[in-house]
Design a protein around this ligand. Structure first.
Ligand SMILES: [Mg+2]
Length: 249
């Protein structure tokens, strides 16, 4: 091991020192939300194609996603019903090709969520790692989405769950939602480690809130914004390994 690696490991070992609780982002941190969402949007496009309604194939996975993002950005900080938001975005997309059909919108929204709720599984490393961390830390979730751990088959692990939709739509990186997680965890801000895949929502949000942060970079991407997490890991298992090393020292 090089001197650099030893220094880095020593630094990282210190990251968990004094940590009493860990909050986890859910989507793309505990499970592969992005892939399932793409599949669900594909199913919607296919259904429109099958019915011969997608003239000139103007509705695509990307266009549905853009319509959703636009609506989401417009209502940012106030979203309390993500199912309705999805439905509204499908309504808006259909309107762009001249279709106003409430029944069709409902059917397509149902189809979207049916596919999204199929094969909901956590990433492979998640359950074993959480079981290790649970022995020592209070664990919780803190999400801007609406996925509950139970729907991923994760039961009895988390002590608290904070969902933006249940707090008037207040979202990460807003420090107020981090403070709710701190309160739920029953610790001081710097005794909470927040773990997430999104540099702005999870890492910058934690930094602004006095909470420690771990960036889960599963796809080894380059940082999109200039913010430094307390630690970067490729998996949740790396955090569990770090904790086990701490115990051994
Ligand atoms: Mg995420």
């Amino acid at each position: 091991m090089s001197i650099y690696s030893i220094a880095l490991l020593t630094w990282w070992l210190g990251v968990l020192e004094g940590v009493k609780a860990i909050s986890f982002d859910v989507d793309d941190t505990l499970w592969d939300f992005d892939s399932i969402m793409q599949s669900a949007l594909s199913a919607v496009v296919e259904e429109l194609n099958l019915r011969g309604l997608n003239l000139d194939f103007r509705i695509t996975v990307d266009s549905l996603d853009v319509t959703w993002q636009n609506l989401r950005d417009h209502q940012k900080g106030q979203i309390t019903d993500l199912v309705q938001l999805r439905k509204d975005s499908i309504t808006a997309a259909l309107k762009q090709i001249g279709i106003t059909d409430r029944l069709l919108t409902t059917e397509l929204t149902d189809l979207y969520f049916r596919v999204r709720h199929e094969n909901n599984l956590p990433f492979e490393d998640v359950l074993p790692a959480l079981n290790v961390l649970k022995e020592h830390f209070t664990l919780g979730t803190l999400t801007n989405g609406n996925t509950r751990p139970a729907s991923l088959g994760i039961d009895g692990i988390f002590d608290f769950q904070v969902l933006s939709v249940e707090h008037g739509g207040m979202e990460k990186p807003d420090p107020r939602i981090f403070q709710i997680a701190v309160d739920e965890a029953g610790c001081q801000p710097n005794e909470l480690l927040h773990v997430g895949d999104h540099l702005e929502y999870d890492v910058l949000g934690a930094l602004r809130s006095g909470v420690r942060s771990a960036w889960v970079n599963r796809r080894a991407v380059h940082p999109s914004i200039n913010v430094t997490p307390d630690i970067e890991v490729a998996t949740i298992q790396e955090l569990a390994d770090l904790h086990l090393r701490n115990l051994a020292n």
